[in-house]
Design a protein around this ligand. Structure first.
Ligand code: DGY
Length: 330
């Protein structure tokens, strides 16, 4: 039997399923491994089941020459050096689609929580500070009928656009590396604009773009300065896309009304200034975390691992491989 490693705790049924096909070493205690420990655990193993938190880079690949498949239960794969894997003919898969609607729900919820000051008012109430109704008590911004800006218009961005345009009567503007075709834009009710126009027009801006060198600090001081002081910013994409220090300053000076952040630069550590600001809603990278969706993500990673490394009838095309060409290469 081939040997695989499951690098983080995962649903027991997924371990059981993998156990039918492979000799599985797991980390159900969810111990925090250094990269050196991960390399050590990977010795003699052909496959690894990862999440969005394990760094799979050239150093690790060189230290684990027997590794043939890296299957992630996350859709974002900025933790995996895809080019280095492809060069060594290591198959990589991620987990798209299964989390799209759940993540879009969360993006909308976070944006609404920021706009309507839900977390801030809840803290006030829990602290025993609520003594009477007030005409402007935690009066925030409307969401319905306003302009929703989306930076990054992939599957999740489009699911957010549908909610905004069709559910909340919002005018939807977006910016993306490539423009959608006219029919898709019309179906979504979304209008393509330049990044600068997006920043100027949005009452509520949601970030849903992948992280990489090109998107590092895509939202920094200069971009924040273009936004309306009444606007909100929601990041459900990746830490590092926003310059958190610049954002904290803009929120503190009320040059931006509020923010909803699910991801952070250097998470799980947070910029201390963010913790003291009342006008930011903070959540611990849980946008895809509904139980059914997290199960589906884990099952999809297992499907990929089994297809990539399984034998006989189990072998096949991994359903969501990012570099399927490595299987075809002679
Ligand atoms: C993803 O799937 O990319 C989520 O952000 C969890 O890492």
């Amino acid at each position: 039997m081939k040997k695989v490693l499951v690098a983080r705790a995962v649903f027991p049924e997924v371990i059981e399923r993998l156990g039918v096909v492979f000799e599985v070493t797991h980390n159900q205690d969810d111990a925090v491994w250094t990269q050196a420990q991960l390399i050590d655990k990977l010795q003699g193993r052909e496959g690894v089941f990862v999440t969005g938190t394990e760094a799979i880079d050239a150093k690790l690949l060189d230290a684990c020459p027997q590794l043939r498949a890296v299957c992630s239960m996350a859709v974002g794969y900025n933790n995996i050096d895809l080019a280095a894997c492809t060069a060594r003919r290591v198959l990589v898969s991620n987990a798209p689609d299964v989390l799209t609607e759940t993540t879009a729900d969360f993006g909308f919820a976070l944006m609404m929580a920021a706009a309507r000051r839900i977390a801030e008012s809840e803290h006030f109430l829990r602290a025993g500070q609520w003594t009477r109704w007030g005409h402007d008590l935690f009066a925030g911004a409307d969401v319905h009928g306003t302009t929703l800006g989306i930076l990054g218009m992939g599957r999740i961005g489009q699911a957010i656009a549908r909610r905004g345009a069709h559910g909340f009567g919002m005018a939807v503007v977006y910016h993306n590396r490539s423009r959608l075709d006219a029919d898709t834009e019309a179906g979504l009710g979304a209008r393509y604009v330049s990044k600068e126009q997006l920043l100027r027009d949005a009452d509520h801006l949601i970030l849903v773009l992948p992280y990489g060198p090109a998107s590092h600090h895509a939202i920094g001081a200069a971009e924040l300065a273009l936004m309306k002081p009444t606007a909100t910013l929601t990041n459900i994409a990746r830490g590092g896309i926003v310059d958190d220090a610049a954002l904290a300053e803009a929120l503190h000076e009320r040059r931006l009304a509020a923010a909803g952040l699910d991801v952070f630069e250097g998470e799980p550590a947070l910029l201390p200034a963010l913790l003291t600001l009342p006008n930011v809603v903070l959540t611990p990278h849980i946008a895809s975390a509904s139980l059914p969706t997290r199960r589906a993500m884990a099952e999809l990673a297992a499907d990929n691992l089994i297809a990539a490394l399984g034998e006989g009838e189990r072998a096949g095309a991994p359903p969501t491989a990012l570099n399927p060409q490595v299987l075809r290469a002679g």
